[in-house]
Design a protein around this ligand. Structure first.
Ligand SMILES: O=P(O)(O)OC[C@H]1O[C@@H](O)[C@H](O)[C@@H](O)[C@@H]1O
Length: 398
């Protein structure tokens, strides 16, 4: 039942001109999501410094763990995906993301639990930290200073990395991720050195500059990606496990910031099933019937079409870092582009850059992060305040 109390506002059609009006953009973004997103590089540096102050070395005292569990929900949970992909297939212990309260039943003294929560109060992270302590597992906690999570970590005498709270959690991905990586580094599970962190931060800074609100659409990759996606159903596929983490992140931000439905996943998996979407009513069938001379302004929504966003790893990773030959990934990515082209489905490609896994991941996340915000702004949506999330919390008492 629609009873009109939801307070949903915005424009169905994207206002392209607004994206080239920095003042209008600033007014449409009262919470400063563009600014917060532009702080990604600074977040890497700040969190690296904060993690250096925490006594992460104690983690190594009991040697290599049996498994590492990353506990948290939403963006906090995504940090586990980042750790798993940066650690790569050669990581000697399993890295497991856990997104519900508590920890898996098998967790015990041989394991490490990293509890992550931007607010320091998600029931999932708190429940996991308490359970880890109870079961004698080694615990590390990452989140807001002076939070419940910090208290639990202190009671457990566990390292706590205080990450200052700045915006919605999804604008703090990098601030939350770096302490998780550095905790795993202390355990000898991941190779992330100071140069990797510095280069990743510099990459994020450079991308924030290219995506700044004063840079016009034709030179701004995030604005052009947003305008390409406007009015379509985005399908975001990653060519490799690393690119798939970025694809899932784009799914998070497109849904929460821009409020777009989105299909995300790994291209390898999609090629055995979901790729069929390209043949369907929103794919090839819609494109086949499209009148190329029709006025887009008169599009009544019936012409909703897919738009493929392909995140390509670029084939820069060392051969022994991957469980699949690079040539296979590359061929598959070329193939899906050909499929899209044959059906008239438009496709945007973002290709990773950089030497380390972390930097490559950053290069696949930065532009899409900004694009999700520009898409929200073009529709007159405040990318920060999401009524449905707030309402969901109120109605379910979370
Ligand atoms: O990191 P926190 O504070 O535990 O929050 C986890 C998630 O909690 C949800 O309520 C928010 O909508 C997400 O954006 C967030 O990522």
């Amino acid at each position: 039942m629609i009873d009109g109390t939801a307070g949903v506002s915005g424009r169905r059609d994207a206002d392209e001109a607004l994206l080239d009006n920095p003042q209008a953009l600033a007014e449409a973004d009262p919470g400063g999501m563009l600014r917060h997103t532009a702080s990604a590089g600074a977040q890497v540096r700040e969190s690296a410094a904060l993690a250096a102050e925490a006594n992460l070395a104690v983690l190594a005292d009991d040697g290599r763990p049996r498994a590492v569990v990353i506990a948290g929900i939403g963006t906090a949970g995504r940090t586990g995906d980042v750790l798993a992909t940066v650690a790569g297939p050669r990581c000697p212990v399993p890295i497991i993301g856990h997104r519900s309260a508590g920890v898996p039943g098998w967790v015990g003294a041989a394991d490490v639990v990293i509890a992550v929560s931007a607010s320091g109060r998600s029931p999932e992270a708190l429940g996991a930290a308490e359970a880890a302590h109870r079961r004698g597992a080694r615990l590390v906690a990452v989140g807001a200073p002076d939070s419940q999570l910090q208290s639990i970590a202190e009671q457990a005498r566990a390292p706590f990395i205080p990450v200052p709270r700045r915006a919605p959690a999804r604008a703090s991905l990098w601030a939350l991720t770096v302490p998780v990586l550095l905790a795993a580094r202390s355990l000898g599970l991941v190779k992330v050195n100071e140069a990797d962190l510095a280069e990743t931060a510099a990459r994020l800074d450079a991308d924030a500059d290219r995506c700044r609100s004063a840079a016009e659409s034709f030179v701004n990759p995030a604005k052009s990606l947003a305008l390409g996606l406007a009015g379509s159903i985005p399908i975001v596929w990653g060519s490799s496990p690393l690119a798939t983490v970025a694809a899932r992140r784009f799914g998070d931000t497109l849904s929460a910031n821009a409020r777009y439905p989105v299909v995300t996943g790994a291209l390898g998996e999609a090629g055995r099933g979901r790729v069929g979407l390209l043949d369907g009513v929103f794919g090839g069938l819609a494109e086949g019937e499209r009148d190329i001379f029709a006025d887009p302004a008169e599009d009544d929504g019936e012409g909703t079409r897919l738009r493929l966003v392909l995140l390509r790893d670029g084939g820069l990773n060392a051969e022994d870092d991957t469980d699949e030959p690079l040539a296979v990934e590359e061929r598959r990515a070329d193939a899906v582009q050909t499929l899209a082209e044959r059906r008239g489905v438009r496709c945007d490609v973002v290709t990773a850059e950089g030497g380390s896994a972390l930097e490559r991941l950053a290069s696949l996340i930065a532009v899409p992060d900004f694009a999700s915000i520009y898409l929200a702004l073009a529709h007159g949506l405040d990318p920060m305040a999401v009524p449905a999330i707030t309402e969901m919390k109120e109605l379910s008492n979370q």
